[in-house]
Ligand binder design. Structure first.
Ligand SMILES: [Zn+2]
Ligand SMILES: [Zn+2]
Length: 147
């Protein structure tokens, strides 16, 4: 029966992952799965996440020193907002291929690449920092020139 329970718990973790488009960390996943399976322990959730990563059912990325989990194992890159920390997916299948083509090193033979873009999400750009940004999306100098 223990085997059966383990399978059910892992399935619950996977179900939750498939239900979200965000890239939650293990603690968030634990909190959410626990609302459905109150008996599940933090250790079980962490163990199941690692197993799912090993089985390539989900992927794990490290952003700002923290592991985040992603149910989408397809080819895509991630954009991380420096202001609010939200993670936005950038899907362009040619992008990693083109990068690899341009990659040229006699010290290393690369066959895959994983890029994280850092910047500002649209929300932060328009609502929070909007007034301080110029058209290129760059922060204007806070100095008040000549006045
Ligand atoms: Zn993703
Ligand atoms: Zn943001």
């Amino acid at each position: 029966m223990a085997e059966f329970r383990n399978t059910v718990q892992m399935q619950k973790v996977l179900d939750y992952m498939n239900s979200v488009k965000s890239h939650p960390n293990a603690e968030t996943i634990y909190g959410q799965v626990k609302t459905e399976v109150p008996s599940i322990t933090r250790a079980t959730v962490y163990r199941n996440l690692n197993k799912l990563v090993e089985q390539n059912q989900i992927s794990r990325l490290e952003i700002n020193g923290e592991f985040r989990f992603d149910a989408d194992c397809g080819l895509h890159e991630h954009c991380v907002c420096k202001n609010c920390g939200s993670i936005i997916e950038y899907v362009n299948n040619n992008f990693p291929k083109n990068l690899l083509k341009k990659f040229n090193s006699d010290k290393f033979d690369a066959d895959s690449v994983n890029v994280i873009f850092y910047g500002l999400c649209n929300n932060c750009k328009t609502t929070f920092l909007g007034k301080r940004l110029n058209k290129k999306g760059m922060l204007k100098s806070s100095k008040n020139k000549g006045r």
